[in-house]
Write a protein that binds this ligand. Structure first.
Ligand SMILES: NC(=O)c1ccc[n+]([C@@H]2O[C@H](COP(=O)([O-])OP(=O)(O)OC[C@H]3O[C@@H](n4cnc5c(N)ncnc54)[C@H](OP(=O)(O)O)[C@@H]3O)[C@@H](O)[C@H]2O)c1
Length: 337
């Protein structure tokens, strides 16, 4: 497949237009093993060339280092890049696996200033609440985010891993441009309440981990082969007996990929892109990669259309996946629905 510049879609009802596929920058600083920094920076430039304009980071990625990494690139291309970052996951380097969820107004006000400083910009285009703390009313958390819009620090608001009801409640406080949650051939719990609410409200959906953290590409072999600090060593879908069960589930993706002369990653991404028509909403997946070769492969998938028969073959896969998305599902919207 050849790469052409991506078509654009609008984020929310009055948000910016972005390339229909964004880039997840997380792996450039954290979670998936060592990074070749020059190659990661070249990947950012290649993404922009290919029509990717939505670049996704968070203050928690690499304890702020991911924002610092992409800052110079963002500043050099400020008029073309739509910059998304997030607050709410508090982590410390001495215990990197532990997360505290912080939604309190004082924390949010300090977090945005820290992100702006690390990124070296005056304004964040899309500011997400990374996780919801149900103990803090949305009136306080989203209300504080709305203050940041009025203060000119943030242009648009987003949420991550919230239920449909939470999205509706938040939207009534301030328009929400995008909902970012996990959505892939392997992860479809968002279709219960979050996707219908986003479609109804005109909120764009930004699927994260659209490649199942790499599992859907067929490249994953065994948790033991991953770097010692790779987070997937602790994730239920990659470990123990689950990994072998899930590897078997790749068979239909492999068959479709072979028949169409494309890669498994491209089949997985095409499936996510086609959720837009299936569910009637704007969908901008943000596959993560640190390599130009994979960037080209992934953006080309935006032009791949699976047939109704191919989609039907992928339909049962998510229901058969072994293991939860996270070791601790309380950090997601599941259980609050
Ligand atoms: N809101 C949230 O809570 C949340 C949670 C997780 C992630 N995110 C965001 O979503 C982005 C994407 O999610 P993700 O990185 O977790 O998972 P993903 O996009 O499903 O998969 C990324 C993994 O797949 C590999 N990969 C990418 N393209 C490939 C290809 N064509 N062939 C083979 N391997 C390929 C990457 O390795 P290489 O880098 O070596 O290519 C990386 O290990 C993140 O970067 C982050 O910005 C948000």
């Amino acid at each position: 497949m050849t790469v052409s510049v991506l078509p654009t879609v609008q984020l929310g009802t009055d948000g910016p237009f972005v390339g229909v596929q964004g880039l997840g920058c997380m792996g450039m600083s954290d979670f998936y093993g060592p990074t070749d920094r020059p190659e990661a920076l070249a990947t950012l430039d290649a993404a922009l060339e290919a029509g990717v304009t939505l670049f996704d980071t968070a203050d928690a990625y690499g304890f702020g280092r991911n924002e610092e990494l992409i800052g110079p690139f963002v500043r050099a291309n400020r008029d073309r890049v739509v910059l998304a970052t997030k607050f709410a996951l508090e982590r410390t380097e001495d215990d990197p696996g532990r997360r505290s969820i912080r939604n309190d107004p004082a924390y949010i006000r300090a977090a945005v200033d820290a992100s702006l400083r690390r990124l070296g910009v005056d304004e964040i285009d899309l500011y997400y609440m990374h996780r919801r703390d149900p103990a803090v009313p949305l009136a306080d958390s989203v209300g504080t985010m709305a203050e940041l819009v009025r203060a000119g620090k943030v242009r648009r608001l987003g949420l991550s891993e919230v239920t449909g009801a939470e999205l509706r409640e938040a939207y009534a406080i301030h328009p929400i441009a995008a909902l970012q949650s996990e959505w892939s051939v392997f992860a479809r719990d968002v279709e219960r309440t979050a996707v219908p609410a986003a479609a109804e409200l005109g909120v764009a959906f930004v699927p994260y981990s659209p490649l199942g953290r790499g599992f859907l590409t067929g490249a994953f072999q065994a948790a033991e082969q991953l770097a010692a600090d790779d987070v997937r060593r602790t994730q239920p879908r990659f470990t123990g007996a689950n990994a072998a069960v899930n590897a078997e589930l790749l068979a239909p993706l492999r068959e479709i990929a072979t028949a169409r002369g494309v890669t498994l990653a491209q089949v997985a991404l095409a499936w996510v892109h086609q959720r837009a028509e299936v569910h009637g909403l704007t969908v901008v997946p943000i596959p993560g990669t640190r390599k130009r070769s994979r960037l080209a492969e992934n953006t080309a998938a935006a032009a791949l259309r699976l047939t109704a028969e191919e989609l039907a073959r992928l339909e049962p896969v998510a229901g058969e996946v072994a293991g939860d998305r996270y070791p601790d599902m309380r950090l997601t919207q599941v259980g609050r629905e």
